[in-house]
Design a protein around this ligand. Structure first.
Ligand SMILES: [Zn+2]
Ligand SMILES: [Zn+2]
Length: 460
């Protein structure tokens, strides 16, 4: 025990970009992969999903997942298909949600390949899905849920511990102990106050930290009236006879949007109009938030409250299509949150050309996504091979963010029992990562590095 065997850390993803979290920890012949995420966003990054994994998947002993978002778990079906056959450690909440997310992702990949085949616009001939629903099922079979706050021995003097991260249900920071080395991976960190999840605890001690930097160069606005921009947009839009489209990540975000709409309608801040949830995955995730996997993570003071007078679920594609010509104002909540795919795309195609309507963006919009283009004021948007004019109003509600801002990230590091010696800043656009690294050097006084993609370092 405790023998001095060097421990290496390799940044296989989320370096130079927000997505594709994959970090390899090696001690002697033991290999642990922390997160197994998909690249999303710009085409150059997405193309990396098709490249062979940098180390043979069969040589990896264990995978641990921080949470259920695709940029952290979405590559797992490929890893399993290509030879990984070890256990996947994750929290109970993440297991429940990632199962839903991965099956849906397999379905979308199959459907996209089919659409590309019939339309003839794929670069692959014949068009192949990145992975299938069956691949996703085989990945889910490897799940081995573990509890929070307890070390789980993986063998060969390597252990992991999950600590709640307050980002989405099940989300965790991951402490890896390998011999005498300790590395803490922040995962995606939530804000100190999440509307329905209990606050995250202080992080455990570690000499090396790998921290996310999604909002590494930004501070969330301080607001006096919660979701004022959202409420104002709903009122304006309904007044002019339009409908409101809310692209929302199916997991967590849809739950929080419904929670906020319920609160605003009850308070009389917005008119009572029908609300449609157009995402079967969001409805499944809502059940997880209300089920046993969420036990122990939910706040007691403000439990998830979804009690809209007129809530409708669109479960079938036909029900979804019917929402595209709303005869009277309504609110449509549909995935994906960055409009990079999913049912929200056909809603955008029908609603964007009409000035009466409004699109409310509810979270981080990665560079290269349609959501980011809308946020940046695009006048046309390409969807299903065609350009569509953007005439509808576009509003951003930053309060839905479930990522800590720059000050909150630094505060999390400050909460550690002892300051870390080295912090690697990942999971951010280059400017955000550099900006956070600079703050960490100044305010924590430790080494802060933005690693290069596939850079390998030794950790103490
Ligand atoms: Zn996340
Ligand atoms: Zn992430």
């Amino acid at each position: 025990m405790g023998e001095q065997i060097p421990v290496a850390l390799t940044f296989l993803g989320a370096a130079g970009t927000v997505t594709g979290s994959r970090f390899l920890v090696e001690r002697a012949s033991r290999r642990l992969l922390v997160d197994c995420g998909l690249y999303q966003g710009g085409r150059a990054w997405r193309r990396r999903n098709w490249a062979p994994f940098p180390v043979p998947p069969e040589t990896i002993d264990d995978v641990v997942l921080s949470h259920c978002h695709l940029d952290h778990c979405g590559y797992l079906p490929v890893l399993v298909r290509d030879g990984f056959d070890g256990p996947v450690r994750l929290s109970a909440g993440t297991a429940a949600l990632a199962g839903i997310v991965l099956r849906d992702s397999g379905h979308l990949h199959e459907r996209d390949a089919e659409v590309a085949r019939t339309a003839g616009w794929s670069r692959h001939d014949p068009p192949l899905p990145l992975y299938t629903v069956a691949d996703a099922e085989r990945a889910v079979e490897r799940f081995m849920p573990v509890g929070f706050d307890a070390d789980v021995d993986l063998g060969d003097d390597v252990a992991i511990r999950l600590v709640r991260a307050g980002h989405v249900l099940g989300s965790a920071s991951v402490l890896v102990t390998a011999g005498t080395s300790r590395v803490l991976f922040s995962g995606d960190l939530g804000r100190p106050h999440h509307p329905v999840l209990r606050p995250r605890p202080a992080p455990p001690a570690a000499r090396t930290v790998v921290i996310e930097s999604t909002y590494g160069d930004r501070e969330h606005p301080v607001t006096s009236r919660p979701h004022a921009a959202f409420a104002d947009a709903v009122r304006r839009t309904v007044d002019r006879g339009g409908s409101v489209l809310v692209p929302a990540f199916a997991v967590d975000r849809t739950e929080l949007v419904l929670h906020a709409l319920s609160t605003m309608m009850r308070a009389g801040e917005i008119p009572v109009v029908p609300v449609f949830v157009d995402s079967p995955m969001a409805l499944a995730a809502l059940d997880v938030y209300r089920g046993p996997a969420a036990a122990g993570e939910m706040r007691a003071d403000t439990p998830l409250r979804v009690d809209l007078p007129s809530l409708h679920a669109a479960r079938t594609p036909e029900e979804s299509m019917a929402l595209n010509s709303p005869e009277r104002p309504c609110i449509i909540v549909s995935a994906s949150g960055m409009a990079s795919g999913g049912r929200v795309v056909h809603h955008l195609r029908h609603l964007l050309p009409d000035r009466r309507h409004c699109v409310v963006l509810t979270g981080y919009q990665a560079v290269g996504t349609r959501g980011r283009a809308l946020l940046d004021g695009a006048r046309e948007l390409k969807m299903m091979g065609r350009y569509v004019p953007v005439r509808a109003e576009v509003v951003e509600d930053e309060e839905f963010s479930v990522h800590a801002d720059a000050s909150e990230l630094v505060a999390w590091l400050r909460q550690m029992p002892e300051p870390p010696e080295t912090v690697y800043v990942v999971h951010g656009e280059p400017g955000a990562a550099e900006s956070l690294a600079e703050r960490i050097r100044g305010e924590i006084g430790c080494v802060a590095v933005v690693p290069r993609l596939e850079e390998r370092v030794l950790v103490d």
